[in-house]
Design a protein around this ligand. Structure first.
Ligand code: NAP
Ligand code: GLV
Length: 332
């Protein structure tokens, strides 16, 4: 760490973010920003963190042990996202660097998007749009584009945290039975929302819709693999608005092609982005959208503001309001 406190500490912002947050950072810091539409190459991140005291990054930036190690003067890492699987938290903690993230402010936006995907996949909305655009809509047809009902069906939520719970609340409006699997049981939510704790294998076997809301960790990597997909009903629909690698993409491709499950709605993929010639994109029973969970004007402004507040607190030497590695403070 540098001796003394610089009046306007240099910080690297890895891409333009909403002005609501950027303004706060500019007011207090010397901002260096990567202006590209695509994420900065790793060499650029390495060079910039070597000279900066703060890093404001996005989930597309690989903040691995090498980057953390290169940040000789780095005092805080602030990510504008809730998920921090792109950041080596252990390396940051070992170096005494707190890592900020943005929980809560995107919960409802992401839950809305999850339900939009679920409804779109169940009622085959993208296929319907394509049908009309292709001029194939000649009359009301009794047997065309029949989908699955949502109202009164069973929803299985994997990861009953902030977003999973917000999805469960929406499901109540559709009179759905909600099963959940999470790291720990949630008696309060069971009492309040009537959600039922269910071992993962049983949840997969019983649910009409399986919606993923756990973080990406070594335990959840490929949690939904061939075995899991084969446990699901042939009429079931898988929704992933968590992280792409929670699902084994090759197994999902086979499941959708061979009818182990009926359809999938993916906000996140592995790889991400999915190349335009990826075979998943040829399947009518697979909806893929480009990681839009938190993509509302208001949610992104709140995320940028929260990321700025975390960054500035870290630079002032204060505890981050939203810290992803609170153990960093115990080690001090
Ligand atoms: P959260 O409140 O921390 O919820 C995560 C839940 O997953 C927790 O309830 C946790 O259980 C559970 N969990 C952890 N490991 C598990 C495992 N091995 N098996 C089953 N459940 C497990 O986080 P959140 O704010 O809801 O966000 C969840 C994730 O959504 C983020 O990490 C991010 O990857 C993703 N996300 C995506 C978008 C998007 O744009 N698509 C937007 C925001 C977030 P416990 O409660 O027992 O710890
Ligand atoms: C988005 O995916 C997030 O983790 O905030």
């Amino acid at each position: 760490m540098r001796k003394g406190v610089s009046t306007r500490p240099p910080v690297f912002v890895t891409r333009p973010i909403p002005e609501a947050g950027l303004r706060r950072v500019r007011d207090a810091c010397e901002v260096r920003m990567w202006e590209g539409e695509l994420p900065p190459p790793k060499e650029v991140i390495l060079k910039e963190v070597a000279e900066c005291e703060g890093l404001l990054c996005l989930l597309t930036d690989p903040i691995d042990a090498e980057v953390v190690g290169a940040g000789r003067h780095l005092r805080v890492i602030s990510q504008m996202a809730v998920g921090v699987d792109n950041i080596d938290l252990e390396a940051a903690t070992a170096r005494g660097i707190p890592v900020g993230h943005t929980p809560g402010v995107l919960t409802e936006a992401t839950a809305d998007l999850t339900f939009a995907l679920l409804l779109a996949a169940a009622r085959r909305i993208p296929e319907g749009i394509e049908y009309v655009r292709q001029g194939r809509w000649r009359t009301w047809e009794p047997m065309v584009l029949l989908g699955r009902e949502v109202w009164g069906k069973t929803l299985g939520i994997v990861g009953l945290g902030r977003i999973g719970t917000a999805v469960a609340r929406r499901a109540r409006g559709f009179a759905m039975r909600v099963l959940y699997h999470s790291r720990s049981r949630k008696p309060d939510l069971e009492a309040e929302l009537g959600v039922e704790y269910t071992p993962l294998d049983d949840l997969l076997a019983q649910a009409d819709f399986v919606s993923l809301h756990c973080p990406l960790t070594p335990e959840t990597h490929h949690l939904i693999d061939e075995e899991a997909l084969r446990r699901m009903k042939p009429t079931a629909i898988l929704i992933n608005a968590a992280r792409g690698p929670v699902v084994d993409t090759d197994a999902l491709l086979r499941a959708l092609r061979e009818g182990w499950i009926e359809a999938a709605g993916l906000d996140v993929t592995d790889p991400e982005p999915l190349p335009a010639d990826h075979p998943l994109l040829d399947l009518p029973n697979c909806i893929v959208i480009p990681h839009l969970g938190s993509a509302t004007v208001a949610a992104r402004e709140r995320m940028a503001t929260m990321a700025a507040e975390n960054l500035l607190a870290g630079l002032r030497g204060e505890r981050l309001p939203y810290c992803a590695n609170p153990e960093v403070y115990e080690a001090r």
